[in-house]
Design a protein around this ligand. Sequence first.
Ligand code: P6P
Length: 330
Amino acid sequence: MPTTLRDCLAAKARDPSLADLIAMVVHTSAEISALVRRGALGEVFGALESQNVQGEVQKKLDVISNDMLLESCGASPALMAMASEEMDDIHPVRDLTPEGGYLLLFDPLDGSSNIDVNVSIGTIFSILPAPRADTPRPAVLADFLQKGRAQVAAGYVVYGPQTTLVLTLGDGVDAFTLDPETGDWLQTGSGVTIPVETKEYAINASNLRHWAPAVRGYIETCLEGETGPRGKNFNMRWIASMVADVHRIMMRGGVFLYPWDAREPDRAGKLRLMYEANPMSMLVEQAGGAAFDGHGPILDAEVNDLHQRISVMLGSRAEVEHLERLHRDA
Ligand code: P6P
């Protein structure tokens, strides 16, 4: 009999209120999955007039899934505040206390540009410890500005042919698949590990002319194949949905790159640190991989802003270490 998510959380989460919060996020993801599956039948397609803090047009389902997470997770007693890609400011839930608690950050629907064309998308979440406050006070933005290494849990739910949760509480990575007949989350992966070597990379190759020399040189040597300096042929995949591209890497290895590029020279990268790169990097490191921002480990990146961007190169450890050497020698 497969292990259920609840049993796994009971065994791995030292704090039952952390298990409760994760269970709430995952339960809501199952509800989001049901909306995604209905697609055009559910009148949730299309874009709104509004833009998010990133300046991106918001899809109806972006905002709907964001509001679903706000409403459901707010009931979790240890949750002090939330932050989301879809909200400019933090969302305080209850006052900080001497006992501490948790801060929840999420990208409610990553890859949402793929919603209307039936390509896998997903929810990414990160859980940070809430500061302890001797005198109760609402959480403030500065409470969120913690390095990725401080996360107590991270995960994503990919809405694809299966609805799958990949989760870490800092003690390895487990995978669970939603049984559409019973609504149960059943364990389908335990101690998930990323192969150290790979022959597969994921990058938006149309940006080649904008990349820094180290990245351009890396891709060009991959393209030279077995007759070139890498001595092996590579394959390329790009789904343009981070949660789907990273899931492939978690399951079979590979390296994912969304590096700095010259289109936005003052911006470190396209992807967001707090609720995309940090949770994915925790999962990747816990699975034996590596995650690099062009200077050092993503999980050690300085945090200055809730919505700051970062350059992302993550996946199979040997391939990321090769990229680190190229950047060091550039
Ligand atoms: P591009 C989706 O919008 C996203 O934030 C990530 O999920 C994805 O990896 C990336 O952007 C795709 O970006 O420039 O290839 O469309």
